[in-house]
Design a protein around this ligand. Structure first.
Ligand code: NAD
Length: 348
């Protein structure tokens, strides 16, 4: 029996990625919709075989308490609403898969963890890249030592944002600009690639003047992280540059390049290493799998087997604490020491 999800919010991520992905999932299915647009919801419900009486408004979603087809929710709302809907879902006994960034502040993240613990429901943050095969292969290469010790990470997540998704240009709704939206991928990757927690950061943020879009939020952030083993990460995110989501890992005896590392599709991997007098650059191919389906099936598996998710609330909460410190470094123009998480942030 598949785990039934209520999708809360029918924006781009829910409709264009998660609902189609559920068609490829093996342990998860859409069971209800929570929305402010009942007409849109009826079209979506018909398309995915969701009963009409399982469409709820935001105000009355507590009625889902009595719908046994819904065991969990998937929250695809603007960042400022993640806390409220996590708390309300937990209070009616539903497990929570919440989109990234987890929240707008470390305090909100802590409240979400506490609410789910109180209600004895599971909480997972939708860090899809941690379920994606190429990123997992990169982690495997680091742990195996096959290219020697990892020394440096470079990761870029830049895009041309246009003026879509107005809420992203509001600090109140988004919690910030490029950093929590797309820089978070670079930050989280530096943590899962090293398997370590960074000890300090040095950041610069910039917004080109004269552009309405950056009145309230930053356009770009460049930041470095230093890890206990000595690995350094140089990370860049920006809202007004041609799309590039490349990660590069520099080892003692080789380089791993990953174009599209953080994209929905089209991941690639090139491994360069010394062969005789030459440097050989070889493409490593993995089977492409739908990372949204892998992600949600992982959560379903954890619900059924009563296990801690690989990316629980604690993983998201630590990124919130790190982002707050990154902003502080940029504001003060100096390196800033980073807080340590209270325990391990990642499940098996
Ligand atoms: P979107 O703007 O396309 O959709 C947001 C949805 O929230 C819409 O259905 C909108 O009607 C609804 N909504 C409810 N209250 C709102 C309000 N006060 N203001 C604006 N919209 C409101 O956004 P999206 O791109 O789908 O992003 C939703 C969430 O998913 C965000 O947290 C975002 O960071 C995350 N996201 C994750 C990924 C990923 O790859 N994991 C990709 C995109 C977005």
């Amino acid at each position: 029996e598949r785990v039934g999800y209520a999708l809360i919010g029918l924006g781009r991520i829910s409709v264009e990625e998660m609902l189609p992905a559920l068609g490829q999932a093996r342990m998860s299915r859409p069971a209800a919709l929570v929305t402010g647009s009942p007409e849109k919801a009826r079209v979506v419900a018909r398309r995915y075989g969701i009963p009409e009486d399982s469409i709820y408004s935001y105000q009355e979603m507590e009625r889902m308490r009595d719908n046994p087809a819904v065991q969990a929710v998937y929250i695809g709302l603007p960042n400022a609403q993640h806390r409220e809907f996590t708390e309300r879902s937990a209070a009616i006994g539903k497990h929570v898969l919440c989109e990234k960034p987890m929240a707008n502040t470390p305090e909100e993240a802590a409240a979400m963890i506490a609410a789910c613990e109180r209600a004895r429901v599971k909480l997972m943050i939708a860090y899809r890249c941690q379920y994606e095969p190429y990123n997992r292969e990169a982690i495997r290469i680091v742990r195996s030592g096959e290219l020697g010790k990892l020394r440096f990470i470079e990761a870029t997540n830049v895009q041309s944002s246009g003026t879509a998704s107005q809420w992203r240009f509001s600090r109140a709704l988004a919690g910030g600009g490029a950093l929590p939206d797309i820089g978070l991928y670079c930050l989280n990757a530096a943590r899962y690639i090293t398997g370590e927690e960074p000890v300090d950061t040095f950041a610069r943020s910039y917004s080109p003047p004269g552009d309405e879009r950056w009145r309230d939020i930053e356009e770009s952030v460049a930041f470095s992280l230093r890890f206990p083993s000595g690995v350094m990460a140089n990370l860049l995110c920006a809202y007004d540059a041609f799309n590039d989501k490349t990660m590069r890992l520099h080892f003692e005896r080789g380089t791993v390049e990953m174009p599209n590392a953080f994209a929905y599709h089209g991941q690639q991997m090139y491994v360069s290493r010394r062969e005789g007098d030459l440097t050989a650059r070889v493409q490593r191919r993995m089977e492409e799998k739908n990372q949204f389906a892998l992600e949600i099936d992982h959560f379903s598996d954890c619900i059924r087997a009563d296990r801690r998710p690989h990316t629980p609330g604690e993983e998201g909460a630590h990124d919130q604490a790190l982002m707050a410190a990154i902003y502080r470094s940029a504001a003060e123009g100096r390196p800033v020491e980073l807080p340590k998480p209270p325990g391990s942030t990642r499940g098996p």
